[in-house]
Design a protein around this ligand. Structure first.
Ligand SMILES: [Zn+2]
Length: 118
């Protein structure tokens, strides 16, 4: 086999190898993507199960349940503080900011009776 034939075969094999590598890389990328999608689904399923479990066991003495309750209360406190800093309170129906003294929520139209009475 002459030099040019060897060179030609070499190039052909390299091209074939590169093709396989590219194909393999595509498979790897697709599998990594599928894995990420499924991991995301699993996280959402765990979250749903966790919320369901929490709703059914709010009064439990379980440490995580107690921690969730404390976190929910803290979020509510922070949210109230935020609304106060913005000059109002959260609408009891939709949670939007209702400016102090308003009679209705400008977001959902809820009649505001007593949230500003202290
Ligand atoms: Zn509202």
């Amino acid at each position: 086999m002459g030099f040019l034939d060897k060179l030609s075969d070499g190039i052909a094999n390299t091209t074939k190898d590169l093709g396989e590598l590219a194909h393999n890389a595509t498979d790897i990328t697709k599998l990594q993507y599928d894995k990420k999608i499924k991991e995301g689904e699993l996280s959402r399923l765990y979250e749903r199960l966790g919320k369901k479990f929490y709703e059914e066991n709010k009064d439990s003495e379980d440490e995580v349940v107690k921690e969730i309750t404390a976190t929910i209360l803290r979020i509510k406190e922070i949210s109230d503080e935020l609304m106060e800093k913005k000059g109002g309170k959260a609408c009891p129906k939709c949670g939007a900011l209702v400016k102090t003294g308003s009679k209705f929520c400008s977001a959902c139209g809820e009649k505001i009776d007593d949230i500003f009475e202290e």
